[in-house]
Structure formats: structure tokens, C-alpha cells
Design a protein. Sequence first.
Lengths: 128, 362
Amino acid sequence: MSEIPSELKYTKSHEWVRTEDDGSLTIGITDHAQELLGDLVFVELPDVGDEMSAEDAACVVESVKAASDVYMPVNGEITAVNDALADAPETINDSPYDDGWLFKVSPSSSDQLDDLMDADSYETEIED
Amino acid sequence: MSQQTVLYDKHIEYGGKIVDFAGWDMPVNYGSQIEEHNRVRNDAGMFDVSHMTIIDLTGEGVKAFLQKLLANDVDKLKHSGKALYSCMLNEDGGVIDDLIVYYMNDNWYRVVVNAATRDKDMAWIDQQSTGFDIEINERTDLAMIAVQGPKAREKAIEALPVDVVEAVSELERFYGCDCGEWFVGRTGYTGEDGFEIMLPDTEAPAFWDRLSEVGVKPCGLGARDTLRLEAGMNLYGTDMTENTSPLISGLGWTLAWEPESRDFIGRKAIQKERETGVQQKLVGLVLEGKGVLRGHQKVIVEGIGEGETTSGTFSPTLKQAIAFARVPKETGDSCEVEIRGKRLPAKVIKPVFVRDGKPTWQ
């Protein structure tokens, strides 16, 4: 069974969102998503400073099997990216919620976070 | 309705992730495709290929029939068990399928064709057989397991029934042997040594367990694809189709032009193509930087023209992206591939990327 940490928020497109103490958001793909994709071999990260809207394609993760877009969960600006993934994309398979994070966002407002799913709803979502 | 091979329950038991492949529920991997790939390059892995179609052609007219049906010439097969790779062409010179044919004796050849093309192949073979004294017998009673890798034969021999071991231990490369109910070919689709073992459906699940017990790792169709691509082996349906001739698919070497009197199906069309000048070629691409090549990406050859990748992947052995591409025949040793709007430089090489676990072009 996929791991779904209870303190995170989730999207239908299998991103997870963690609210940090300073109000910024850290984003990655879920354990379920990395299982579906299989061995990851390439990550194309956004540029720091990019401003994007919710549901924009922010980056691309590719496994041996397929390429998949990762979407912005909210409106905001990219403030950091996980450069370590360039040489070790398999980190996303090994540690999707910690070392395998993708990018950080300064959200335009906090309202959109309420539209995201909690762990229970996400679990129901992926069971369907 | 999805079809399942007799090993389906084994795939579930061994943790296989099941996907649809040409109407069959098949394991794409059992956890990690890269691990499975590396296991075949370094040790031994096994693949369920029971979805492939095995056809026995028997009768007095079988050789003459195959000399008409196939673009390669079964007359090259002089010794019992010898195998031959060939294309089966349509009248326009397009590829209906690629296949392996084993010569068993003058009245018996065994042919293995792709799963995805089973229906059209059977219909075509049946239609072309009019007037030949042959019988066509599809062997749906047989399962097939490919055991591949540098240690594949050694490990398979530990698992095979004693009477089969005797027959296969001296088997030469690209030969098959008929061992009663079982049939073992020293063939494969990974670029490694190994066996393709055909056996009665009923005995396949227990044999799968025995192979696992002697250390042969179950591998999915995902690893099969990356292995065959590294080895420079075409995949039907992507690298060649009914709309591409063998001459622009890297398969010219499989065409037997001599003797000129052999009038195989498609000969007139490809002969004409050869005489008027072949305009494209199939090459191998190695992406210089990071990224992943896939099928159907645009290839730009500066000052010459454009082409397209036919299949691509990330090579676990080379840790670089590789692809086959159909490009203008004047293409030199470099090109660019367009990936998500960006042009990335790639090296152009002969389409064989890995031999004996090492890059072929360095």
C-alpha cells in the first residue's frame, strides 16, 4: 500500500503539498505516483522566480516508462528547486516525501490550499 | 476481453505490475524495471513470452511456401534446428511482421510471430498458402519462457528436466532443438545469451518456480523493451510497420536477393525502391545531455532535413537516453532532437548501443 502522510495536502494529479513554518509550500509527487511511474530517470525542474497559476505544468518527471507533468497546486512563485535530483532522480522513488521534494512555492494567497484534499480524501481518490 | 497467459497467477504471486499489452494482461515489471534490466545484463532473468504466437508449418510444400512468404531465404537453413530471422512483407514491400523460423526437417518448420499481429499474420499465412501442400497448426497448447543473461544457460540447465538438459547443453547459438514435448531455442530478444523455452502450458507454472529457485529473476516487458533497444533489435509496430519497407528500417541485411529467381512476396516493390534509391535510413541516437528520448520525437539534421525517432528510452546500461530514428540518408554523425520545444544535441551511430555490457561506439 502507498504511504500517505496525514499532515500533507494532495491534488488529484498526485502532487503533495507541505506548508512550512514560514508559510511557503514544498511540493513533490506522491508515493502512489512514483509507484505508477516506476524508476525515475530524469527531472526537468522549473526556474526559481517563475510565476505560475494553479494547474500549470511546473515540471516534468520521466521514468523509463513515461514522461509525466507535475502541476502547480496553487498560484504562486517558485522560490527553490531540488537541484540534487538532476544527478539522482531515483531519490523520488526512494523518498518521495522527503529528499525527493521537487520545488518550493511562495503562494499568492492561502485560500487555494483549502481546495486541496486531505490524506483521507486522497486515499479514497486513489482507491477508485 | 483481456487474455491471460498460463503464467498470469505466477505474475501476481511474484508481485508483477500488470498492464495491457496487445490485449494481454502482462507484467510490465515486478518492482523495478532497471533492476530487472541489470539482472539480465549481469546474471539471468526470465520473461513470460507465452503471448507470442507459435505456428508449426508441416507438409511436402513447406519449404517452397516459406520461400515465397518470407523475404529472407529458408534455403540458408541446412542443419536441423537452425533458426533464421525474417520479415514477412506485403506486395508493396511493407512489413506485415518480423519473425523467427526454425528449420526442423524438410517437412517441418516452426515459426514464432508477434502477439500483437497474431490475427492478421494467421489470416495472411492462411491466404498465401493456397496451392501449397502444407498444414498450419497454431500451438496454443505451448507456453514460452525466455531465460536471458550471461548466466542464463547455466541456471536454466539446473532447472530443466534431465532429458531436456542432455539435448540443450551442446546447443549452438541460433539453433533450436525439439525435445519431445519441450522445445528449446538458443535465441532471444535482449542481446544476451540464453534460451527461449517452449513447453506444455500445464508444466509452465512449476517450471517458472524452479527457475526462480535457481536464481533466475522474473523480469517484465518493460525491461524486455530497454534490453532489446540497447541491443539494437527492432520492435514491430514502431520501428517498422506495413507502411515502411525493410530498406528504411535497418533490416536490409535480412533480405535475401539471391537467387534472383526466388519470387518472394514484396520483392518487386523493394527491388524498385532499391533501384530508384532509398531516401531514408534507420540510425541509432544517443542524447548528449540529460533527458529521455521517446518514439515520435522530431529529429532535425541541420542543412539536410528532418526525421523522427521510432522508439526511444533511457538506457540503464549507458545511463543515457537512446533511440532509433528514421532520418534522411545523407545524415552524418550528429543531429538534434526536439523535446518539449527544445532542441537537444544527439550523436548518430549504428543502431546497436550495447554489446557485452559495454557501449559500442566509444
